[in-house]
Design a protein around this ligand. Structure first.
Ligand code: OGA
Ligand code: MN
Length: 295
């Protein structure tokens, strides 16, 4: 991993330019063509930039499924969707479409509509995915932005007494597939079924690549803090949700078709703003389940 950090400091390859997306987090990388394989140095550079900035935007791409999968594999082993979400049968097993397209009156992809509260992908399993990548294919004329909140900054900004209170605590994250009407309903306000996915994770986690601490609870899926009376847990979580979603920690991304955005689920939360359900929105997603060391 040290190699990645070193390469971040190295000179950028000819034609590649990097700029910050916001004071909170994020970098835009220009001058890359992700439709062709990247050389080892460029992969090291991109991975280093992701560590440094938590979210990377690579605009102006034109990718088919295999090309997006190949770029995803630069970061590690991809998760498999096993066709769960698609009635379209011919998609690559690691691809998921986040889309409100319908066929025969039914949604054909995942996460079709509406606002989504802040969350971290797969936080309800033992080994959540480390990163998620979306490639924008169709975007509404307004709304449907994806928001990112820097959880290193959220942790660093907590008073020391609160940090001490949180160290060593775990919180249960729960996801009820199809069980809630909208992703703007906190799971703590719903009644999860016994078959819901659920896992307890430390409230603060140390990122293995950067060694920095990040807050790891979220409004959408964190249900309660283990071993704490429920009323106290509800109050504490509510105050953490408000804290971690402050404007100062947030970058809101307005999509343009051709944008590729990748984020690190270990140090950022993401959310989606509402949009007109009558307008088409289609993004192609892969997740990185485990990070591979650079060869
Ligand atoms: C996701 C997700 C947000 C969006 O794909 O995990 O939360 O803007 N998507 O669609
Ligand atoms: Mn998500």
């Amino acid at each position: 991993m040290a190699g990645i950090q070193e390469m971040t400091k190295a000179a950028l390859p000819a034609g590649v330019a990097v700029r910050a997306l916001s004071p909170a987090l994020g970098a835009e990388v220009r001058g890359l063509d992700l439709s062709v394989p990247l050389d080892r140095e460029t992969v090291g550079l991109v991975r280093g930039l992701l560590y440094e900035h938590c979210v990377l935007l690579v605009p102006g791409q034109s990718l088919d499924e295999a090309q997006q999968v190949r770029f995803g594999e630069c970061f590690g082993t991809l998760g498999r969707t096993l066709g769960t979400f698609d009635i379209l049968r011919n998609v690559h097993p690691s691809i998921m479409y986040v889309t409100n397209e319908k066929a025969d009156g039914k949604y054909i992809g995942a996460l079709p509509d509406g606002e989504m509260f802040f969350h971290s992908d797969k936080c309800y399993v033992e080994h959540p995915c480390v990163a998620t990548m979306l490639y924008a294919m169709q975007v509404p004329s307004s709304g449907g932005d994806t928001l990112f909140a820097n959880q290193y900054k959220a942790w660093d900004a907590l008073p020391e007494a609160m940090q001490r209170r949180l160290e060593g605590l775990s919180a249960v994250n729960t996801y009820e597939p199809g069980g809630i009407d909208t992703y703007a309903t906190p799971i703590s306000k719903a009644t999860p079924s016994p078959t819901a996915f659920t896992w307890a994770h430390p409230v603060v986690r140390t990122h293995p690549g950067t060694g920095r601490k990040a807050l790891y609870v979220n409004r959408l899926m964190t249900e309660y803090i283990v071993g704490m009376p429920r009323a106290e847990s509800d109050a504490l979580l509510e105050s953490l949700f408000d804290h971690q979603e402050q404007q100062a920690f947030i970058y809101a991304h307005k999509w343009t078709p051709g944008d590729v955005l990748i984020w690190d689920n270990r140090c950022v939360l993401h959310a989606r703003s509402n949009f007109d359900a009558g307008e088409a929105r289609k993004l192609r997603r892969v997740t990185v389940d485990t990070e591979d060391l650079l060869q």
